[in-house]
Design a binder for this molecule. Sequence first.
Ligand code: FES
Ligand code: FE2
Length: 361
Amino acid sequence: MLTTKQPVFRKFWHAVMPLTDLAAGPKPFRLMGEDLVLFLDEQGQPAALADRCCHRTAKLSKGWVPSEGPLAGKLQCGYHGWTYDRTGAVVHIPQLAEGRTVPPDHRTTAYRCTARYGYAWVALEEPVADIPAIPEFDAPGWRTIFQFYETWHTAPLRALENSFDNSHFSFVHRATFGVADQPKPSRYELVDTAEGFYAETVIPAANPQKFHAISGVTDPITTRHMRNAYFQPFSRRLDIEYPSGVRHIIINCFTPIDDGRMQLCQWLFRNDTEADCPAQLLIDFDEEITREDKEILESTDCDAVLDIRRRGIEFSMESDRPGLLIRRKLMELLARHGEQEVHRGNAAHAPSSPAPLQAAA
Ligand code: FES
Ligand SMILES: [Fe+2]
């Protein structure tokens, strides 16, 4: 599947950027192949426009947002100073003759953009689903740790199925928590949900001394009770519970940049304290594991097979059940929206890009 060739994914909210990244000024982001500029408006709320000035096409992300005066919270182009509000309308042209007003058709495309869980989220078209709920965010008894925000050269589907794949621990993660002599995967119990599915299992996990603060237990091999949930199209929630009662909840959004890249957005929630286990230790621990996944996933083909009836390209095994269920659900989603899988073999015959969008309010 070539992710950007499936317009239905434009109808979902995607996590695109931590709000803290916008504090210093506008920033570019490519979502589903569309170049966007994000900025904070006069209320401090994130806004997303097409990264293209309607004067001489300069990238608006090269501009700035005045912090005071009549243009505060508006996005000013760095080329000649045309200035946009969050609806994409040009509200100021510095060179305009006295008494003239900006013509109403002077605008660039605006997209739906909202703040949630410390991130700016964007939907390129009217969304068909809510942003996944993260009840632990800012909740009493929970710490929020923004772990990773980085570009990976792989497809969201690859990262997603990897996060439900119990067969890779003994290999990809043999240097960290994988138990090398227990390669047989634990079986997930899979339950359909409105947003995707829920998968639960218990796995063995290596627990050397340096991991004791992470797990809250001291046994050399411990267990992880995994409660893993898939949210269409490219998000998941992994709730890991150790026998100590320590919970380590990872939320991932695998945001599609283009057909060869995705943005990994990862939050971590813990029910212990900084004194029990410092945030930096948790970041370092998960970073090592995440690097292991990144390296192998970047070696896979970005054009992941969605329709497994296209046999002979990718074969599967029992532990691929969650990955196959993700594929089936994405196939059903495509079908509900009148789409078929677009892949390298048929992309030349696929419908062209969707029509330009209307400005969002
Ligand atoms: S190109 Fe943006 S103001 Fe001229
Ligand atoms: Fe992994």
